[in-house]
Write a new protein. Structure first.
Lengths: 310, 280
């Protein structure tokens, strides 16, 4: 097992800060505990992508047996000139950005409300985190049928009217359900940040005559920035892959109004069986992700204080 | 998370009361859909579909009875098996790896750490087709073990990051002292490391369990009737004709319950887990 990744890990032994370079045997004894996890991660997550790249060069519709042949980059031309993928990209950005933004703002508000002592604080916090714990598929079904339904849904039941929320405001419907589920996540992270804030600083600000609003914008908000960024980043990692809510609440519709990239590629694969095109779309999405992720990783490394290991 | 007497932020007088009321209202508003789900599960189908909504009704167990009549148990067991076994596998793989990235680090630990987290950013959907074809070739479609392997890979990066953050809290002096006393590695691990990181292991396990239990995308594409997990069971409840809301809500309540209870009990560990150890 150990030989499989020698080249990668061994290529440039860093000029170590240690006085003497650990000998070969010692380096391998350090590496040994890491190898099973590393090899497993490489095999399960990287190998499929290589296979995707190969498939993307094939003209292959699974509904037409024997249709498989090498077509070079033709699938990429199809995919990149296709409006559907571009629309799905726009929808993905809109969906991710709006759900992250709104849930961070709401989470910030809730965290501020909870950052003081009041009767029943523990209960309120428990109530607030519950939406995040409910199974996402249950959330999607609940919102679609029990809340948005025009004839017996909770919204029309309380406020009257017979608005068909899902078909009239499809994107808002999906985002609202996601925001409801992700706001508690943001609140928990921001609240943890708030509670680490030094009371002396706040006290000093008050002594200096700063009002509550000034204290909030000048001291609390800058202090919270890493927590807000962390919440937004982790939220984006999950929300950009949203599938359950789209699959259940709108099926990507009406038309393609809420079809995001995961749902679009899913349709290409398992509804149209255009394997080659689906693979090419997958590769394009991965390249896009790598570009975004390079930036995200930089943010992560500044957020997690990367304490030097011993 | 809990903080003792904090006069600076203790609400005073009328303003304090207003904030308290606001906080309670917000909490109840966020909880309302969950409450509605639980209530609806105890209604008769006709009451569930009434407009205006009925808040007071005689609770019945019809919905729950139908859920169990439809063979919920195999799906729950599949979910349980996939979540528990994948969580155990993740811990077995991630803990030594985290050790090799913190206490006794390999040369390029930083790169390895970022490699793990980068796999979390790659879109699952791009791997769906090759994974599907591979699994099909191996004759492993509709098999719980397929999900177990994939869920292990899905949660491994989170667990490595979390366990590393917990291991970094073990005082170096303690490990050195053990080495001075001639303690062997297994003894050091059992006597010193494990007791300190046990809460961390629990938090990591909780997070991995939640994510596997709730996973839908891979389950819906790679399983059918034999290995279907609980979210798959839920989707099967939607029919185009007839009323189904009460039994759907009953089913949704049952399948959500394990994670909701676990999360309620382990609220403190939840924050640290969700932030992959960054927020303590």
């Amino acid at each position: 097992m150990s030989t499989t990744i020698t080249t990668g890990a061994d290529a440039t032994p860093r000029p170590a800060a240690r006085p003497t370079r650990p000998d070969r045997k010692q380096r391998w004894s350090r590496r040994a505990p890491l190898l099973p996890a590393l090899v497993f991660a490489i095999v399960v997550t990287q190998v499929p992508f290589l296979f995707t790249v190969y498939l993307s060069t094939q003209s292959w519709n699974a509904l037409r047996p024997g249709s498989r042949e090498f077509t070079g980059l033709a699938n990429y031309a199809t995919v990149l000139s296709d409006d559907r993928l571009r629309a799905a990209l726009v929808n993905t950005v809109v969906l991710t950005a709006s759900s992250v933004l709104v849930s961070v703002l709401l989470g910030l508000g809730l965290a501020l409300l909870l950052d003081r002592k009041f009767p029943g604080r523990g209960i309120v916090r428990t109530l607030l985190i519950t939406p995040f714990l409910v199974m996402p598929m249950a959330v999607a079904l609940l919102w679609k049928h029990a809340i948005y339904n025009p004839s017996y849904g909770l919204i029309n039941g309380i406020f009257g009217g017979n608005t068909d929320w899902v078909s009239q405001y499809p994107m808002v419907s999906v985002v609202a359900a996601l925001v409801w589920q992700w706001t508690p996540f943001m609140m928990l992270i921001i609240l943890a940040g708030l509670q680490g804030q030094s009371l002396e600083t706040l006290e000093a600000a008050r002594v200096d005559g700063a009002g509550p609003w000034q204290t909030f914008t000048r001291i609390t908000l800058p202090y919270l920035r890493p927590y807000l960024e962390l919440g937004a980043l982790l939220g984006s990692i999950y929300l950009v892959q949203t599938f359950d809510a789209v699959f259940t609440i709108t099926q990507g519709g009406p038309g393609r109004a809420t079809t995001n990239l995961p749902y679009e590629i899913y349709l290409t694969t398992f509804r149209k069986f255009e394997y080659g095109e689906a693979a090419a779309a997958g590769v394009v999405v991965v390249i896009g992700t790598i570009l975004v992720a390079t930036f995200a990783l930089r943010v992560i490394s500044s957020l997690f204080r990367m304490e030097d290991a011993r | 998370m809990t903080r003792t007497a904090n006069p600076a932020r203790r609400g005073a007088g009328l303003t304090g009361a207003v904030w308290t009321v606001l906080a309670w209202l917000a909490g109840l508003l966020f909880f309302l859909p969950v409450l509605w789900m639980v209530l609806t599960g105890f209604k008769r189908e006709v009451d569930a579909a009434s407009n205006p909504p009925s808040w007071f009704f005689t609770p019945v167990l019809d919905g729950y009875r139908q859920v169990f009549d439809r063979d919920l148990m195999p799906y729950l067991l599949n979910s349980l098996m996939a979540s528990v076994i994948s969580t155990l596998l993740v811990l077995v793989l991630a803990t030594p790896a985290a050790y090799a990235l913190s206490i006794r680090p390999v040369a390029r630990w930083r790169d390895v750490l970022f490699f793990f987290i980068s796999t979390k950013m790659l879109p699952v959907v791009a791997a769906l087709l090759p994974v599907y074809l591979l699994v099909q070739n191996l004759g492993m479609l509709d098999n719980v073990w397929t999900l177990i392997v994939l869920y292990t890979a899905m949660n491994l990066p989170i667990a490595v990051w979390m366990m590393r953050s917990f291991l970094l809290e073990v005082p170096t002096a303690l490990i050195e002292a053990a080495a001075m006393d001639g303690a062997s590695l297994p003894v050091t691990i059992r006597r010193i490391l494990l007791p300190i990181v046990a809460p961390g292991l629990a938090a990591t396990a909780l997070i991995c369990f939640i994510f596997s239990w709730n996973e839908f995308f891979l389950a819906v594409n790679l399983t059918a009737t034999r290995a279907g997990t609980s979210p798959i069971f839920l989707v099967g409840f939607i029919t185009s004709e007839g009323l189904f809301l009460a039994r759907l809500c009953a089913a949704a309540t049952i399948v959500s319950l394990p994670v909701v209870l676990a999360g309620w009990i382990a609220q403190k560990q939840l924050v640290r887990g969700l932030s992959m150890g960054a927020v303590k």
